[in-house]
Design a protein around this ligand. Structure first.
Ligand SMILES: *Cc1c(COP(=O)(O)O)cnc(C)c1O
Length: 363
């Protein structure tokens, strides 16, 4: 059994996929071919924002977002203590200081109330509180209605790290539309994945969009060989754009399928382990289905013996990362406990009922 069965997904769309890849190969326009601009328009329409700017990966997307927002040395950026390393890494890459905030036990997402106290701490340390990066962890959007009003009130910029969240929603608003700038990743195992590395940024702000289009190509000006600022080389390859165009045609079906799998998991596991909670009005894109258990080693060993893969996302908090030891921040209590209890189970749109029952019977 596969943790995320990308081969089954390929088989489900093989004819279309082969054709799209071959067409991109034959065109010879390997960088910035027409598929890239087409895809950007499709993704912007899907998410419901004015601009989509693709780039080389989800980490660059975060890095570019912080560059465009003018965040740098002396600035504090609030990030959840429980996330993938890249969220905080991007903050350090621009020379700013990540400040780790605890998460909610039920949704695994940033605890807005805790940001408030940390604003005061930052000011005392001589740091300027500048932005929040909220993460749509495991596919579930963070509490954006509250985050948006909180950030406005506090004069903070809001970045949505939607690397795991593409496809999720709150009411009629889709993930990757909630930040001043929002980002996603097309790493193969993410809810919308290409066949290599890829990423994108989303914004309604024309000035940010112009800046991001420059920053992703070496800070180019209107004349390509007049570089007006320092940027990155961070484009999405034509081949990946072609792959993503095919996957977008199947995306809503896949979104329904993962939600069906999640409902079934929860129905079968309810009362036996702590199952993930999706608040009313929220839709998750289920990058992961993550339970909490006290006897994790035992369960993982039993699954392994039955040929079932499972993963621990994440075994360390951001504050416990060696690379951030110099910051001297203590692990946040909920985040730390989660690192000891979380277990992610196989999750993808092509998981069968039979496989699901086998997994659950082992737990
Ligand atoms: C995967 C991921 C990223 C980074 O994306 P890459 O495309 O792998 O660079 C950033 N943030 C979160 C929360 C992620 O899960």
């Amino acid at each position: 059994m596969q943790f995320r069965d990308l081969h089954r997904q390929y088989e489900a769309m093989q004819a279309e996929m082969d054709e799209a890849i071959l067409a991109a190969t034959r065109s010879g326009a390997y960088i910035m071919g027409p598929q890239v601009a087409e895809l950007e328009q499709q993704l912007a329409d899907y998410v419901g924002v004015k601009h989509c700017i693709t780039c080389a990966n989800g980490t660059d997307a975060l890095h570019l977002a912080l560059m465009a927002l003018g965040i740098g040395p002396g600035d504090a950026v609030f990030v959840p203590d429980f996330t993938f390393f890249a969220t905080a890494e991007a903050v350090a890459m621009v020379g700013a200081t990540p400040v780790f905030i605890d998460v909610l036990d039920e949704t695994y997402n940033i605890k807005v109330a805790d940001i408030y106290d940390n604003i005061k701490v930052c000011r005392k340390l001589g740091l300027k509180p500048k932005a929040v990066i909220a993460v749509d962890l495991f596919g579930q959007p963070a509490e954006y209605p509250w985050l948006q009003s909180f950030c406005k009130e506090q004069g903070l910029l809001l970045v949505e790290d939607g690397a795991q969240g593409f496809g999720g929603s709150i009411g009629d608003k889709r993930a990757c539309s909630f930040g001043d700038i929002s980002t996603t990743s097309f790493f193969p195992a993410k809810p919308l994945g290409c066949y290599g590395d890829g990423g994108a940024l989303f914004t309604d702000n024309d000035d940010y969009a112009t800046l991001l289009r420059s920053l992703r190509v070496h800070g180019k000006g209107t004349d390509k060989y007049d570089n007006v600022r320092i940027g990155l080389n961070s484009r999405l390859d034509t081949l990946h754009a072609a792959v993503l165009q095919v996957k977008m045609r199947h995306f809503n079906d896949e979104l329904q399928a993962v939600n069906r799998v999640a409902r079934k998991y929860t129905e079968l596991l309810q009362g036996k382990v702590t199952t993930p909670v999706v608040p009313d009005g929220y839709l998750s894109s289920w990058a992961q289905y993550t339970i909490q258990v006290e006897n994790r080693n035992e369960i993982q060993a039993r699954l392994k013996a039955a040929g079932i893969p499972s993963m621990v996302y994440y075994p360390r908090t951001m504050s416990q990362q060696t690379a951030f030891a110099n910051l001297g921040q203590q692990p946040c209590p909920v985040a730390k406990r989660l690192t000891e209890t979380v277990l992610s189970l196989p999750m993808h749109p092509y998981l069968t009922d039979e496989e699901l029952e086998t997994i659950v019977s082992q737990i």
